[in-house]
Design a protein around this ligand. Structure first.
Ligand code: SF4
Ligand code: FE
Length: 483
């Protein structure tokens, strides 16, 4: 099957009978829901852009096994060039959507599972690689969007999965049958789930032998019996119900997160990728997290480009563009944003082949990348707010702008420089608001902190990979210390 167009993708998601709840109610047709639709549009962009000749090199790849063109989101990285193109593709999509386009979690899960299932089979004589490859071929052939779900609710963080008073705090196997397993639990913060055809589930932490039932990875379609989603609230989300296109800040694109519940879900044997091999849970987590921490050196940079552009525009509209401190703030924003990009490119360029044949990023540099992402977007947002002025949060609504009596007053008093309409000034202010503290702040700010693992998770990896003993030896040698 050729690559899907954006429209074909939307219709393919429409056909999936998902059980979705939002604001206390079941959503009859999620693809048509005004709060949810912008997040679907963000994934649609991964299909639309793949159709454009100018983006073909970044958005698609030739599958070495079938010789067919596939979407890069379904690609297994075979070189550092592939890893670099991945980051460039993500920056491009961040620029085009100013939102989380969600499809990366599947790509990162594919690449983590490719090498991990290979390693498990080699050590344990299992057939997970075969299972995984069969599913991957199906996903490639049908140009599917696949979610990669890792984060469990985790309950009492001081306790291991098997010690939790409520065993459902981590997804686990509740029944083993000859034809498969039955699982129960939940995955939190799932950005892509709602807009995916299939969902890959992985464990969220390293595990000990007592956690056997929790060391489980598998894939299920989103309309599987027993699977349902409760969509998370976002700041300013109900503005999307008001019918306008200014106050929402970004009318076309967005992202939403879901608590995905597995209420005794059956998984057939050939869709299982890990089932009780606890020693590999940590390996899978480390690889998936590494790839996703690389990803943030692309997607967040692309969204940062939009925010920097918005700050520069509002400076123009306010008549402040020539002020030296404004110019310097734009330089600082650019410096921070490009530093994140450097990290994304560096961990890709320093990637290495795994025994299974795909390429993995340099884990130390990928964790440094994400650690910087937990900080720099906050500073970029701070500077954007500084340049924008308080009007980004005190401006009247677009209903006031369009009101026969109030409209001329809003026009008059929110006017900036001559030649720029008040409406355009309001539009860019609302975009900055959206990225800083509206619906997109979930994807640009808080996700920068906690997505792909909270800051401490990267510090643990940096400690592990930093090789302090080797650095001590370097110092000893230079200092002339003999032992
Ligand atoms: Fe992709 Fe970034 Fe969203 Fe992760 S946060 S799914 S890398 S766009
Ligand atoms: Fe993410």
């Amino acid at each position: 099957m050729p690559l899907m167009t954006g429209e074909q993708y939307i219709e393919s998601i429409r056909k999936i009978n998902m059980e979705v709840y939002l604001l206390g109610k079941k959503v009859p047709v999620p693809v048509d829901d005004p709060i949810l639709r912008p997040s679907l549009n963000s994934v649609r962009a991964t299909y639309d852009l793949a159709q454009k000749p100018e983006y073909e090199d970044l958005m698609t790849a030739i599958d070495p096994e079938s010789g067919k063109k596939i979407n890069r989101f379904n690609n297994i990285h075979r070189s550092t060039d592939d890893l670099i193109k991945k980051v460039k593709m993500q920056r491009l999509l961040g620029q085009q959507t100013a939102a989380c386009f969600q499809r990366c979690v599947g790509m990162d899960a594919f690449n983590a599972l490719w090498s991990t299932t290979y390693d498990i089979d080699k050590k344990c004589g299992t057939s997970y690689f075969k299972n995984f490859k069969k599913f991957l071929d199906y996903a490639k052939e049908n140009d599917l969007t696949v979610d990669g779900a890792m984060t469990d609710p985790k309950g009492d963080r001081s306790l291991a999965p098997h010690q939790q008073p409520d065993p459902d705090m981590y997804v686990h196997v509740v029944e083993r049958r000859p034809d498969g397993i039955v699982v129960r639990g939940a995955k939190a913060h799932q950005t892509g789930a709602l807009n995916s055809h299939e969902m890959i589930v992985m464990p969220t932490i390293a595990m000990s032998p007592e956690d056997k039932d929790y060391a489980v990875s598998f894939v299920v379609p989103l309309d599987t019996k027993g699977l349902f989603m409760i969509i998370g609230r976002q700041s300013c989300d109900t503005r999307k119900l008001e019918g306008g296109n200014i106050d929402v800040g970004n009318a076309e694109y967005g992202g939403v997160e879901a608590l995905v519940v597995f209420d005794n879900v059956f998984v057939p044997n050939d869709r299982i990728f890990l089932n009780g091999e606890t020693e590999f849970a940590g390996v899978l987590v480390e690889r998936f997290a590494g790839y996703h921490r690389q990803s943030y050196g692309g997607c967040k940079v692309g969204v940062g480009d939009v925010l920097i552009g918005a700050a520069a525009l509002v400076a123009d509209y306010n008549g402040a563009a020539k002020a030296s401190h404004v110019k310097d703030k734009l330089i600082e924003m650019t410096h921070l944003n490009e530093t994140l990009y450097c990290c994304g490119i560096a961990c890709s360029a320093e990637g290495t082949p795994t025994e299974s044949g795909n390429y993995i990023i340099n884990l130390l540099l990928a964790n440094v990348c994400k650690q910087n992402v937990t900080r720099f977007p906050y500073e970029i947002v701070r500077l954007a707010e500084d340049i924008a002025g308080g009007i980004m949060v005190t401006a009247p609504s677009e209903k006031d702008l369009h009101d026969p009596k109030l409209g001329p007053i809003v026009e008059k008093y929110l006017k900036g420089v001559a030649g720029v309409s008040t409406e355009d000034r309001m539009r860019v202010l609302r975009l900055i608001e959206n990225l800083s503290l509206g619906t997109a702040a979930v994807g640009y700010r808080t996700e920068s902190m906690h997505g792909a693992g909270s800051p401490q998770a990267q510090r643990i990896m940096i400690a592990r990979q930093g090789n302090i003993p080797a650095k001590k030896e370097l110092a000893k040698k230079i200092a002339g210390i003999k032992k």
